[in-house]
Design a protein around this ligand. Structure first.
Ligand code: URA
Length: 231
């Protein structure tokens, strides 16, 4: 594992702390000072901060899940099945969801125990694109495209949404790319036109597309290159 990831997996360091610790030459690996974030930390490497030996944190875990409709994006729910119920993994209580979906929304969901990774992915400031397929009750026309690009005022948050790209796919269906993840964002955007969203499916997040072979309810571990590309 890279040294910066080893360090940032420890609860005491955030990314900035890691940069400072490395730049300040306060970290050694097997007795050698290193400021290289890519330095390889192996299973039995001895990593020290000043003179303190650091015990490795729990290994980071990352999953892509095809969320089915009728399941809650939460870790526990008294009434309904949750997305975590679909995972057959140990220590599920360590895991959390990076970017929730509504009860009936389907599609790509990322689940991890790496809080920094998921925070970056979901912060509106990071502006990572999320792509949805939408089916609506009423017709979608060309007027929508301009309005989605211009933004919608959300009074509750007192913000105007970032420019969003809407592509018409059919009379009542579209592909939408947004860079935030506000509460019920897509439904509220279409709600501006009094147009109810009947079906919502997330295709991709930050360039990572749901595997076509993953059926609703199925999941897989992310590949190292995918984790790095998103993080
Ligand atoms: N926007 C919504 O309104 N619902 C979702 O589940 C995701 C985005």
């Amino acid at each position: 594992m890279r040294l910066d990831r080893f360090l940032s997996n420890l609860p005491r360091f955030n990314r900035k702390d890691v940069r400072l610790a490395l730049a300040g030459r306060r970290v050694t690996v097997d007795g050698q000072v290193t400021s290289d974030p890519h330095h390889d930390v192996r299973e039995f490497s001895c990593v020290q901060f000043d003179d303190e030996v650091l015990q490795p944190g729990k290994p980071a875990r990352y999953f892509m899940l095809h969320k089915p409709a009728g399941c809650v994006s939460a870790t526990v729910d008294p009434q309904h099945p949750t997305v975590l119920d679909l995972l057959h993994e140990p220590d599920k209580h360590d895991l959390h969801i990076a970017g929730r979906l509504d009860f009936n929304t389907t599609g790509l969901m990322l689940i991890t125990n790496d809080g920094q990774w998921s925070r970056r992915l979901t912060l509106p400031q990071t502006k990572l694109p999320k792509v949805y397929q939408v089916e609506t009750e009423q017709l979608i026309d060309e007027r929508y495209i301009e309005k989605f690009a211009a933004g919608f005022y959300f009074a509750f948050e007192d913000i105007t949404t970032q420019p969003a790209r809407l592509t018409l796919l059919g009379p009542r269906s579209a592909r939408l790319e947004i860079v935030e993840g506000r509460y019920h964002q897509v439904k509220r955007m279409f709600g501006h036109f009094d147009n109810k969203v009947l079906r919502l499916h997330r295709e991709s997040m930050a360039g990572l597309t749901l595997d076509p072979g993953l059926e609703p309810g199925q999941y897989r571990t992310l590949h190292p290159a995918e984790i790095v590309a998103l993080g």
